[in-house]
Design a protein around this ligand. Sequence first.
Ligand code: SAM
Ligand code: SF4
Ligand code: SF4
Length: 335
Amino acid sequence: MEALDQRGRPLRDLRISVTDRCNLRCTYCMPREHFGSDHAFLPKEDILRFEHIADVVEACVDLGLQKIRITGGEPLLRRDLDVLVTMLRKVHPDADLALTTNGVILERHAERLLKAGLDRVTVSMDALSPSVYSAMGDVEHGPEATLFGIEKALKIGLGVKVNCVVRAGVNEGELLPLLQHFGPRNVPVRFIEFMDVGATNQWALDEVVTSKNVRRIIAEQLGEVTPLDPTAFGEVARRWQTPQGWEFGTIDSISVPFCGDCTRARLAADGSVHTCLFSNEGKPLMPLIKSGASKQELQHAVRSIWESRSDAYSEERSAQKERPSGKVEMSFIGG
Ligand code: SAM
Ligand code: SF4
Ligand code: SF4
């Protein structure tokens, strides 16, 4: 029987963070001053093993789970990720199984992931220009490796979308180049409003480029954009089309909160379950897992976590005077 939370929202999606480590230091996610060489990442023994992740997913199938997204940190840093994909495909053959990655090392992994049963990749890429890319990711290199990764994924038949976080005064000039590059390749680019996730990214409202402004910038250059119908209930991105027939999306979590449709749970690499991107702490499953819990016991635990959920942070954000402290970082629960 499916699980419904306090607001009647079903549990449909599970985002699984397989590591809290990353090979980039995007300023909006893992600013180097907080995630430097002295940062305490999770020790190996505190990270969920693949078998445990598969057990949790199996427990969620009867609760109504339809979509699984593997994420991180950078999930491709986790060794033998295709083994996890194989396991997840086995416990949930019908799931929509996707991976979110910065794509830097995607080219060498894409084929094995596809063979293991992955359906799609969402590749995060905030700029085509090498200097803007390296400024957003706080790295020395440009987007070349990520572009190769995307081409490889397309070539072998993985579904591909691109995520771009837009930060005022930094990469607004990249919206059109990204659209002009990916539009003709039938790769939707989803422009994400810079969010106040975590406690380290120095978020400020005046750095948010609203989806309305994204559409205005695009329409000024390419002509009027038209809305497209959602493809599924609870879809995060609103879909749009340019007169050239290029699809793009906007993720308007700041300007148009979508908590009412939020069907997503997040399993962090340490085995904690978070029912909102903006949560302060998760509910730990690790003790139960380590005690050798049965599928029924795990299912019961996840059900009770979901059924007690009433989160709607984005809807309530504007009513709050101050940013709550101690919120969990995006790189920990995976976006
Ligand atoms: N490392 C992978 C990647 O970048 O795709 C997966 C994890 S990353 C945390 C998942 C997504 O969260 C990325 O698309 C990233 O752009 C987005 N993200 C991270 N911090 C964000 C923020 N402050 N506001 C909006 N999106 C953010
Ligand atoms: Fe790493 Fe992804 Fe965060 Fe960028 S957004 S720092 S690639 S986890
Ligand atoms: Fe879902 Fe929380 Fe985001 Fe609202 S703020 S859409 S409840 S993750």
